[in-house]
Design a protein around this ligand. Structure first.
Ligand code: ADP
Ligand code: MG
Length: 698
């Protein structure tokens, strides 16, 4: 029987009407859809309670007995229906406040029911409000075993008798009418390698687990399968693509690189930087186009890695570009790269929205003739008029600020797509990165340059500003600089606005002997740069700002970051902001200022920030507190795979295994042509009928 082709309405117990509702409400169209509609929780129901033992502290009770009578009480809004229920040890009231008409018609006297609910006290009496009431069905009960599965249902479904119990009954019916086993989707090798149970067993135990242990095994198997096919699909396309597209071969390390390394390198590379450079080197010499995500915590030295990768391109006769999301950042990169390449004979230029026309035209010209080796800029680089002689390497800094489409435009700047290096300080948790960017190779710079003192983070309530100002003054007296950041979620929000301006005035009053500058998104690019420049040069001692300073700015002399209304920022954002200090050799501080009225979650978030400087740990914690959909920079993507059972937050290990296995298979048999992989190919084709090219989504 082909389960995917069996219309759900033909399942015993369903029919036209219910079939229609299942389709509308849960998109369950076929037998198979129902089979893959997994329970959302399980409750140990091996225990049958007695009415006589019920107290209001119990989380839930399960009773078996009969309804003695119905009674309607009250009028209008307070109208309610009460059923007196007994199991022989006592009587308890089941109460409904909604759907009364429906319930009176539905339940009968003198029928054996299973009742499940949470005890509640009302008028000094214990009752069960809105309990699950089901006809006691010995067969299903036996099948269900000790753990009762619960299925999500909608209001509309409940109104048509399609509650969780009923779904379970339907699944039971389904198992009864399927005589042959389900077609296994994984190969015997994978089943062996991953040590998972068969699909047959897994599907059965996920609906009717006889024990916790079997449930765990079933979940594990189904999670692995789900993640495996996603990974296999991603890898299949990216493999095909890179073979199809091909990449420029940077066969040698030449003079530019070597001269820089021996003459200009300002410090010893960290081991992590060396490792990542090696990974990049291996990548660009193969003839496959590189698509690599470099994750490195703020201050880990990504710029240097990017620069040295660009040198590899230049050594092989190609040009390189580097794109940053803001003018300030692009300018800073330009200055850094300019300095690093002193005396190497490399022509580096900057191109941003505010570049003068004459400069612009000259740059466009020189890019075409190949006179420019490295161009650094903002979105201005994406314009069609920006064309290269031979672009071989594109670096994109702070990738989460750029949209997918924008990044794709960089691909089109040469006949073959250039190698792409995407750098981010927003630590996307590994699990998420692998799922979202499965096609991207990931390099991690997991080490800070030596000599950095970890930033000390403090959490302070906003009614204790005195202490805060005293510590700020101490730092200022030592010649250090201070950032004060205000949230401005919408730059137009009036209240936020007032905060920032008042904060600015206030700080000027408190610190009259120091220069205070202000930077925010409403300023024109020029004004913003001018204010930033005041701070960078050290003329301004305190900078009051919104999150415009979040990305990449490097002022090593700044040692204090004060974040006002810290509760209004996401954890990853707080971490980014904190990363603006601690860039020199001095001890730096980050002060999170919040109101003292905090929710439990917010308090936890502050504790996490105070407790760790590790961006990856913070991102994982953030993901746990907020769920993947809210993760900064990934809002557009959320959970693009519509996962049924695997969880991006908790199932990192399963994902890793799935990825490894998929990768082994694709390496051996890129197009899944071998007969032993036929089943996998069939399943892939079935799952991903829409041929989405995931490898282009980066
Ligand atoms: P990010 O990874 O946040 O972009 P940057 O590339 O801006 O970090 O580097 C932060 C600072 O660390 C810069 O001042 C840079 O010169 C310095 N730096 C980078 N690599 C090293 C190293 N290996 N040893 C010492 N300092 C380094
Ligand atoms: Mg950077």
């Amino acid at each position: 029987m082909n389960l995917a082709q069996q219309d759900i309405k033909y399942l015993p117990g369903v029919g036209e009407k219910k079939g229609e509702i299942l389709k509308q409400e849960l998109e369950i169209r076929s037998f198979e859809d129902l089979l893959y509609y997994f329970p959302y929780k399980y409750i140990d129901r091996s225990r049958m309670h007695r009415v006589s033992e019920i107290n209001a502290d119990m989380m839930y009770v399960q009773l078996k007995g009969r309804i003695l009578s119905f009674e309607t009480q009250g009028e209008g809004m307070s109208k309610r229906l009460t059923a007196r229920f007994t199991d022989g040890t006592g009587v308890i009231e089941l109460v409904w406040f909604k759907g009364l008409k429906f319930i009176t018609g539905k339940y009968l006297l003198n029928t054996e029911y299973l009742v499940f609910g949470k005890p509640n006290i009302f008028n000094n009496k214990i009752n069960l409000p809105h309990p699950d009431v089901d006809v006691y069905d010995e067969a299903v009960e036996k099948q269900a075993g000790a753990l009762q599965a619960f299925y999500n249902t909608t209001e509309k479904m409940k109104n048509h008798f399609l509650n969780s119990r009923m779904i379970q009954k339907l699944v039971y019916n389904l198992f009864t009418c399927i005589k042959e086993p389900f077609t296994e989707t994984l190969t015997p090798q994978i089943i062996n390698r991953a040590k998972v149970i068969s699909l047959n067993e897994a599907l059965y135990h996920i609906h009717f687990p006889k024990s916790q242990d079997l449930l765990k095994k079933a979940e594990y198997r189904l999670k692995l399968e789900e993640l495996f096919f996603i990974q296999l699909n991603i890898l299949r396309y990216s493999k095909l693509n890179s073979r199809k597209l091909g990449g420029f071969v940077f066969s040698k390390i030449g003079d530019y690189f070597n001269n820089f390394y021996h003459k200009n390198l300002p410090f010893e590379l960290t081991n992590a930087q060396k490792r990542v450079l090696k990974e990049i080197r291996e990548n660009v010499r193969t003839g496959h186009q590189m698509n690599r995500l470099v994750q490195g915590d703020v201050g880990s030295g990504k710029t240097l890695v990017a620069f040295m990768s660009m040198l590899m391109a230049i050594d092989n006769g190609y040009q390189a570009c580097m794109m940053a999301p803001t003018e300030i950042l692009a300018t800073q990169h330009y200055e850094t790269v300019h300095k690093l390449s002193e005396g190497l004979g490399i022509n580096v230029v900057l191109l941003t929205g505010s570049s003068k026309k004459a400069h612009r035209e000259k740059v466009h010209q020189q890019l075409l003739t190949g006179d420019i080796h490295i161009i650094i800029g903002t979105h201005a680089l994406l314009e069609d008029i920006v064309q290269f002689d031979n672009l071989g390497m594109s670096v994109i800094d702070e990738q989460h600020r750029f949209g997918v489409a924008q990044r794709a435009r960089l691909w089109a700047k040469n006949k073959r797509p250039p190698h792409v290096l995407v750098m981010t300080a927003t630590p996307i948790p590994r699990t998420l990165a692998m799922t979202l960017y499965g096609d991207l190779d990931v390099s991690v710079i997991d080490e800070l340059p030596p000599g950095r003192k970890p930033i000390q983070t403090l959490h302070q309530y906003d009614n204790r500003r005195g202490t805060l100002y005293t510590s700020m003054r101490k730092q200022l007296e030592q010649g250090r600089q201070v950032y004060i950041v205000y949230p401005l979620i919408q730059e137009s929000e009036k209240a936020d606005w007032k905060n920032l301006e008042e904060g600015f005035e206030h700080i000027r009053e408190v610190f009259p002997e120091y220069n205070v500058c202000m930077v925010h998104g409403k300023l024109k690019a020029k004004e913003k740069d001018a204010a930033m420049q005041l701070f960078v040069s050290g003329e301004a001692h305190i900078m009051v700002a919104t999150t415009v300073i979040e990305v990449g700015v490097n002022v090593p002399n700044a040692s204090v970051m004060v974040i006002e209304s810290a509760e209004r920022f996401g954890l990853s954002q707080l971490h980014q902001l904190r990363g603006r200090v601690g860039r020199g050799a001095d001890q730096s501080y980050c002060v999170l200022v919040t109101s003292h009225k905090l929710s439990e979650v917010t308090r936890k978030r502050m504790e996490i920030m105070v407790g760790t400087n590790d961006g990856f740990e913070i991102a994982e914690a953030d993901l746990k507190l907020r769920g993947p959909g809210d993760l900064e920079g990934t809002q557009q993507s959320g959970d693009p795979f519509n996962l049924k059972i695997a969880n991006l937050v908790h199932d990192g290990q399963v994902l890793q295994l799935a990825r490894d296995i998929a990768s082994e298979i694709i390496n051996e048999d890129p197009e899944l042509k071998s007969p032993s992989n036929q089943a996998l190919k069939n399943q892939l084709d079935k799952l991903f009928r829409k041929k989405v090219d995931w490898s282009l989504i980066s």
